[in-house]
Design a protein around this ligand. Sequence first.
Ligand code: PEP
Ligand code: MG
Length: 582
Amino acid sequence: MTFAQLGTGVSKGIAIGPVHILYHDSLEIPEYALPEKFIPDEQTRYTAAIILARKQLHDILKQIPANTPPDIAEFIDTHLLMLNDSTLAKVPLQIIAKQQCNAEWALKLQRDALVRVFDEMEDPYLRTRKDDVDHVVNTIQRILLNSPMHHGANPEQEQPHSGHILVTDDLSPADTVLMQHQGIAAFITESGGPTSHTAILARSLGIPAIIGLHRARERLRDDETIILDGQQGWILANPDDRSLQFYHQKRRQEHLRYLDSIKNKDQPAVTLDGHTIKLMANIELTSDIHAVHEIGAQGIGLYRTEFLFMNRTSPPGEEEQFKTYKGVIDKLDGKLLTIRTIDLGADKQVDRNRHQSSSATTNPALGLRAIRLCLKEPALFLPQICAILRASAYGPVRILLPMLSNINELKLILELIKDVKTKLSAQGIPYDNDIAIGGMIEVPAAAITARMFLEYLDFLSIGTNDLIQYTLAIDRIDEEVNYLYDPLNPAVLHLIALSIEAGKLWDKPVGLCGEMAADPRFTRILLGLGLTEFSMHASNLPAIKQVINNSTLSSLTTLTNEIMQTTNYEEFLTCLNHFQYT
Ligand code: PEP
Ligand code: MG
């Protein structure tokens, strides 16, 4: 039977192929007492499981192709480190002996103890390690229980073949890499958030993906053909011949358009009436830089550095960060790099934080994150500032501060940066003394008072992902309220307008780096509001350039003035229609 189902598209592209269903059933952990004489054998069984788990991870590492970003292999390295650590390699052996219990139960007790410690930690960075513990513990448990994650209705069924569309409950980043290597055409998960590592990796690895497709495994069957649209977030199961033909053709057209856009990469984004618009790229992984050049982005408008800090046993030190940032600068061949300081905390790991400290549990997005966290934990922040400043001696760099809401907080941060500069100067270490420091406009308070913030900053970057969440009081990763997440809500547009006006007042640049910049439906209204710098994932850039190159700024400005002045919502909606780009 043909049917369509909608989830959340997190990585664009059309995939057509047979379904491969993957189950990670939750494990029943048995508990039983052991006579003393069996304890050494049980300990040997546990150690053998650890050795096999290490071998499995090493096998995955070996299978990762050479051109896979190093950040991805690091996820697996972290899990290997955990397997080597005495908390998992040795303590369960002591529990087996002390409690005279089976290995699975000893591991469960140790896992619970570790998770309790993580839950009590103040430091959100360390709290995020809990997911890694669970992932590693699960691997060992499956080996002990002789229960591999199984595929389809038949556990003996083989791994997905090249071209299959994987359907599962959730995927870890390490599994995502492995599945990409096995050549999956796309994946669907029943749960997960759009800001999860897996979703972000899917975009970076170019795998079309949909998350939050409820009960997909019940509704789909192994080997039935589906069409998946990773941008719109829908699938069509058992499509008829006409639909198949249509989407095969659409996919070919998309590919041709992409090849065409690469050909035009050096063509600037200029409106029909001659206004040049700057198009920059957002990056998460250092490997994204390849696409930045391929697509002709003018620089990096947002480098989300928090990904460097995730899925590891300890945060990267100053030296490691310096090398990473310098590596990015070297690869950019003189293009501008905007390094956002870490935006760790609450909403980046929402699924995990639901189990965290009381303030994070009740309202994670309003909690201790980004520069709030950096002020509270200078030991986390200062090495990053030092590394960025040192890297700035090697190419054009800007510093971008996330989650500004309060000018006093900004002044404290600027003082810290000044102190680091003084120290570097005293040590004779080179850096760009005129490095531009900008702020993200993500909180309505910052948008409303952008003109005051700009007294202290060199540029602004509007982060609509959070600005919309905070303005409309909608958790950006909560599927239940996603339907209210509206970039065209008049309140959002007025806040964007205020931020852009503040830039004009101070004659300082204002860009936009939220997902709104990447969506051609919004390009014309943003142009009309006076936006001159867009930053987005590189793959979206050609489509945005095409809209810009076919728009007349003067008429969009007139239309925008009208829409921003109306006091009538129906009139507002009617005016919006004029911005459509076909
Ligand atoms: C934003 O909030 O729009 C943004 C770009 O930051 P992030 O998505 O990383 O929160
Ligand atoms: Mg944000």
